[in-house]
Design a protein around this ligand. Structure first.
Ligand code: HEM
Length: 382
């Protein structure tokens, strides 16, 4: 898609891809303007994407902060800022480091593995179960649940079998999280659910739907994106032995590598906004109620902001990539995602001599806003 985005940035930076459809926003400057002006560009436009007319129950994520505007967004977001700060997530570091080490040992014992199934899925699932206080043995269900939360908006309307399946997964997810909320009400733990309940008890007003929506959003937002980030990181290292060698020699480069993977591959490719009034963007008049597809993936390769934007370069300074968004909705989980990626890579670099890609093309996942490998066969050399 990159040559296509480059052409859009040059010739039609704010354009309707098909008549009556969404508006693609592709330049860095315009993407940043949209994110920084929530009074003009609302996040409520997300809701129809997860709450299709056929779905009879409430999709819990529709009641989450991702899909809210101020002042409700401001009130609810304030409740978890501390939990997710860099020092807040540091409490998970020993557990995630140990998990990453165990996963790499397990992969080394078999040598040839699907990295996506063995590491990219398992590490974020463990982090999320610790964070939300979910039973770790349920971890294999997390991705199924997360895929159902986002999948209801994109399945063909006449696929009744798939509809019934996804409805069942949403019920299962709601059932388990409600159980955790009830348990933590009685017995506080060391997790974000307890933090949220305490914030509510101390006067932070939050309805039951908003509380459940929060937990579901965390699970979904924390899983798929981190899964893609880990997959793209391993793929990049397997395909570039020189980069692998540099990181192996100098571990201090790992965070820089992770930032460049985030910029270059943008695991979260885009987000959605709707205009609250008629307005102008990049010289184009937009009507009230226009839906925008805000393309981080394109902004991150904008040549006017990133020199040699199409080259993967470890030593970048200057403007930040937009993969975690910007402004009031800036990703709450950014410190956690960065930490998971760093610890996974450190475990690989410490225990493996090299990562070798098994022959054959990579298969990609199919989703609207995220992108990463679906299956990534690798050989780990001890
Ligand atoms: C919001 C990306 C990991 C929790 C966002 C947004 C982006 C993003 C782009 C803003 C969307 C918008 O403005 O519409 C990513 C990427 C990740 C990642 C690329 C990993 C590589 C995580 C993790 C968690 C998390 C690990 C939690 C455990 C959230 C939450 C929001 C959010 C709660 C909503 C914030 C708000 O609306 O104020 N993320 N995310 N994310 N993310 Fe992440």
């Amino acid at each position: 898609p990159h040559p296509f985005y480059a052409a859009l940035r040059r010739e039609a930076p704010v354009s309707q891809v098909e008549p009556g459809g969404m508006w693609a926003v592709t330049r860095y400057e315009d993407v940043l303007y949209v994110l920084k002006n929530p009074q003009l560009f609302s996040s409520e436009g997300f809701r129809p994407a997860v709450q299709p007319a056929w779905l009879q129950q409430r999709n819990p994520v529709a009641d989450s902060i991702l899909m809210m505007d101020p002042p409700t967004h401001t009130r609810l977001r304030a409740l978890i800022t501390r939990t997710f700060s860099a020092s807040g997530v540091a409490r998970l570091e020993p557990y995630i480091r140990q998990s990453a080490g165990e996963i790499v040992d397990g992969m080394l014992a078999r040598r040839k593995v699907d990295f996506m199934a063995e590491m990219a899925l398992v590490l974020p699932s463990r982090a999320m179960s610790a964070l939300l206080g979910l039973d770790p043995s349920l971890a294999p269900r997390f991705k199924t649940w997360a895929d159902a939360v986002t999948g209801v908006g994109i399945i063909p309307a006449d696929d009744l079998k798939r509809r019934a399946e996804l409805t069942g997964y949403l019920d299962e997810l709601t059932h388990h999280l409600t159980g955790v909320l009830e348990l933590r009400q009685r017995e506080p733990g060391n997790d974000v659910v307890t933090d949220l309940l305490q914030a509510r008890a101390q006067g932070g007003s939050m309805s039951d739907d908003e509380l459940l929506g929060y937990c579901v959003l965390l699970l979904v937002a924390g899983l798929e994106t981190t899964y893609d980030l880990l997959g793209m990181s391993a793929l990049t290292l397997a395909d570039n032995p020189d980069l692998w060698a540099r990181l192996k020699k100098d571990r201090a480069l790992v965070p820089k590598f992770v930032e460049e993977v985030l910029r270059f591959h943008a695991p979260s490719q885009s987000t959605i906004r709707t205009t609250t009034q008629e307005t102008e963007l990049g010289g184009v008049r937009l009507p009230k109620g226009a839906t925008l597809l805000v393309q981080f993936v394109s902004a991150n390769r904008d040549e006017s902001v990133f020199p040699n934007a199409h080259r993967f370069e470890l030593e970048r300074t200057g403007s930040p990539h937009l993969t975690f968004g910007q402004g009031i909705h800036f990703c709450v989980g950014a410190p956690l995602a960065r930490m998971e990626a760093r610890l996974a890579l450190e475990a690989l670099l410490e225990k493996c001599e090299r990562l070798v890609r098994e022959p054959g093309p990579v298969t990609w996942n199919v989703a609207i806003t995220t992108r990463g490998p679906a299956v990534l066969p690798l050989e780990l050399l001890p």
